[in-house]
Design a protein around this ligand. Sequence first.
Ligand code: ATP
Ligand code: MG
Length: 423
Amino acid sequence: MIQKPRGTIDILPDESPVWRFIEDTARKVASNYGYGEIRFPTFEATELFMRGVGNDTDVVQKEMYTFYDRDNRSLTLRPEGTACVARSVIENSLYADSMPLRLYYLSSCFRYEKPQAGRSREFYQFGAELFGAATAVADAEIISLADAIIRNIGIKSVSLHINTLGCSDCRPRYHSRLKEYYKLNISNLCETCRDRLETNPLRILDCKNNDCVKLREGVPKTIDFLCDDCGEHFEILKRTLTKIGIDYRINTNIVRGLDYYTRTVFEFISDDIGAQGTLCGGGRYDGLIEAIGGPSTTGIGFAMGITRLILALKSSDNNIKSKYNENPLLYIASLGETASVHAVSLAEKLRAGGIFAECDIIGRSLKAQMKYADKKGAAFTLILGDNEIESGKAQLKNMRDGSQTPVDINDTDILRRLLGYDK
Ligand code: ATP
Ligand code: MG
């Protein structure tokens, strides 16, 4: 048997209503905030991610699916969406339109990671990006969008952690302090981080190696090295969040995994789903567009992992299945060939009116048909035999309470109402 590749998932019909519910909710909330949907290719030039995610990141160093096509071009399956959106903004000159530019996407991403609960090699993200707004109020708006999506999905026990990384003015001072700190502890760093010490010491703060995590205890904090502008930016952000009514906590350990972040970074972390608790991560990336060849444009965004949202939703709501069921199913059972033809045509007529109807198409016995209807969770059944067809009347059975109502099988309006569609 050929199996799916390690770290990938099949989303089966039973599970897909939850996915759709989450995706629809995110889409709806984002469009209320004025965000338009953008879609981009599954693979891009490898260089886009080397520049747009950063050479020193785990994503680029260890996790990318990179291959050469038949023309010997190096391509990479997108490991994230932000660099793709930024590339598209530049290529389509979207920055020339009136700013700010608000975009969202739903896309799969690919990273070669160790698969575990909440971590897979192909995973799905909802992301939003806001270009051309440099203010702290813009940061608050995008954080509020993420918060609204998580709340509208119905996830509980989530907390917002914020931090600031400073800017190109204040970061060099911080970097040298960080280097000093780690140089004193160099023997305890993992091999990758020893290399990063010279090139990009901030990445050490994001390393998942146990020894590197331990060293984080006494590490200098970005927040103590901010220039006046960055300090004020962070103050306004905190004030705005408080005014909107969004609770937050300052977590100086949050540096985010990608290289292009400046100033505000944030994560929404669930207490309910174990080690992979970060549902959503985001931050400001004012240098990104320029880093990949566009005009200087500010940006801030976030991405949330759909699988983790589902895990968190399931842990706050164990009745999730019944909540996201589709329309009530009417199952039309039939006895004999004439009735079977009639059942198909009635089902067609009902579906044309937007009703969810199924009938037997494999010539099963009545008993087997009813067993099937039960298994599919039919809300109602109709049984058609010669008598019913002749008289045009049948009994509509409500499968929940067992009650029966005589109906005219040619009157789809009445059927619609009885099935609960016109509430
Ligand atoms: P982590 O620290 O968990 O590896 P990250 O910093 O690499 O996360 P981002 O690149 O910021 O994650 O992606 C944003 C969100 O996408 C994460 O918060 C998470 O919900 C989700 N995500 C990231 N990687 C995976 C994965 N391999 N499988 C499932 N979801 C993921
Ligand atoms: Mg990661």
